[in-house]
Design a protein around this ligand. Structure first.
Ligand SMILES: Cc1cc2nc3c(=O)[nH]c(=O)nc-3n(C[C@H](O)[C@H](O)[C@H](O)COP(=O)(O)OP(=O)(O)OC[C@H]3O[C@@H](n4cnc5c(N)ncnc54)[C@H](O)[C@@H]3O)c2cc1C
Length: 421
């Protein structure tokens, strides 16, 4: 059966890979000239299995109020006259209810654990290189109040089969000696030794190359302008290529992996996907002094900033902004990230050579991605991965390939869409 995957970000390329491995004939279409040039381009680099808790949690509304109006706030709401933005925000507030946050956390955790296993297997099978490190993630807490909750977090993670431990300041320093300069401010940490880090862009490009060698066809520079449908089925997609030609592509089945652009494309089919773009920023800086740079991936829980070593570069990412499809770089928000970097690791990086980037997380209100069959029998979804698309990519894609093959996906606690076997 021929399957057309719409989108060549990390989600689309992993989907193409696992579908091809399952015996499907696969093509991929993307408007960019190469894979992973949009949100999968410069994310925080974390395979963060130890952070299944969504932004929509009981503490979020109070935090958002605390940060309201601050240009450098970790979470910034820029109101638009856009019903989709308001509907998403209301849905987000609903997902902050304790029982919903618990259910979403459990779903994400079970998919994340499975995804970590699939990523390791894929790496062993293909040997692809993407500046990855298997040194774990160290979550840092800078206030005693936040650190006081670590014991409960460790216990909760254990119920999902995620290994983590609480660390004193000295233990944090032993795990990552590059923190010596900020140790005085540190209250403590949570260390998840099985987490990883790596460059999602390099991974996706390398996997796309392997997939092409295995027979997957890639149609780059091809923008999908409309979905052609009738009688409750998809008939094909209308496309526009870089030479200005209009055309069409057809297949027996279609998988939507368009990230933040998924919702508008399927809205004419009557599908109301609860996905809204949540903008984030990253800065990537060359290392001046590699010996003093961290190699354990870090999450500053107080500032919502993550930091990953990618070869001879350091990637620092964070902030969330509800501002529609705007991808302009706001210098104040990037400066907040650069200030964090200089304060934590002074003179370790060459900040003058910083590459500033903004991307749109395809966020569902509860951060649970949409995976499975749509209401149309030949349209499937693998989209809406929000803050964890890199972490969840291999698990989501391999589960989708299972479902499309008529098998049960091996993640019992995840709410896959449709009525799969
Ligand atoms: C600042 C930041 C930090 C992050 N850090 C992490 C992290 O540390 N760990 C983690 O797990 N996740 C992280 N994420 C989230 C992760 O990057 C995303 O969830 C993931 O990249 C989404 O991948 P995707 O393939 O679904 O979307 P995308 O990468 O956006 O891919 C969608 C593709 O669809 C194509 N497309 C869109 N519309 C059309 C059209 N009309 N026609 C043709 N093609 C089209 C685009 O060109 C694009 O290639 C972060 C995100 C941000 C913004």
């Amino acid at each position: 059966m021929h399957v057309l995957v719409l989108g060549a970000g990390v989600t689309g390329v992993t989907t193409a890979w696992y579908l091809a491995r399952a015996g499907f004939e696969v093509s991929v279409v993307d408007r960019q000239p190469e894979a992973a040039l949009e949100t999968s381009y410069a994310n925080g680099g974390q395979i963060s299995i130890s952070h299944p808790e969504p932004w929509a949690n009981p503490a979020a509304p109070l935090n958002a109020l605390r940060w309201f109006g601050r240009e450098d706030a970790p979470l910034l709401f820029r109101p638009h006259a856009d019903p989709a933005q308001w509907a998403w925000t209301l849905a987000f507030l609903r997902e902050c209810l304790p029982h919903r946050a618990r259910r979403n956390t459990a779903a994400i955790a079970s998919l994340a654990v499975h995804s970590g296993e699939r990523l390791r297997a894929l790496r062993a099978e293909t040997g692809i290189a993407y500046d990855h490190l298997e040194r774990g993630i160290l979550h840092l807490f800078f206030t005693p109040q936040e650190f006081a909750r670590v014991g409960a977090k460790v216990a909760e993670l254990a119920t999902y089969g995620i290994q983590a431990r609480s660390c004193s300041r000295d233990e944090c320093l032993a795990i990552e000696p590059a923190l010596a300069g900020t140790a005085g401010e540190l209250a403590g940490g949570l260390y998840a030794p099985n987490d990883e880090s790596g460059d999602a862009f390099r991974f996706t490009q390398a996997l796309a190359e392997r997939a092409a060698q295995a027979g997957v066809r890639f149609h780059y520079n091809t923008t999908i302008t409309r979905i052609d449908h009738s009688g409750g089925r998809m008939n094909g997609i209308e496309v526009h290529d870089a030479e200005g030609r209009n055309g069409g592509l057809t297949a027996a089945a279609y998988v939507l992996c368009l990230g933040s652009y998924s919702r508008p494309l399927v809205a004419p089919l009557g599908e109301q996907l609860p996905i809204y773009p949540v903008k984030g920023y990253s800065v990537t800086v060359p290392l001046r002094d590699p010996q003093r740079a961290p190699s354990v991936s870090l999450t500053d829980e107080s500032r919502r900033i993550v930091c990953s070593r990618l070869g001879d570069r350091l990637r620092v990412a964070g902030t969330a902004e509800l501002n529609g499809y705007n991808t302009e770089i706001n210098l104040a928000r990037c400066q907040a990230i650069l200030d964090w970097l200089e304060a934590r690791f002074p003179d370790v990086t060459d900040t003058a050579g910083a590459h500033l980037w903004a991307g749109l997380r395809p966020a569902t209100p509860g951060n649970v991605p949409l995976i499975g069959r749509s209401r149309l029998p030949n349209l499937w979804y693998n989209t809406g991965h929000g803050t964890l698309g890199w972490t969840l990519a291999c698990g989501s894609a391999s589960c989708l390939a299972d479902l499309m093959s008529g098998r049960r996906a091996p993640v019992p606690h995840f709410p896959f869409l449709g009525n799969e076997a």
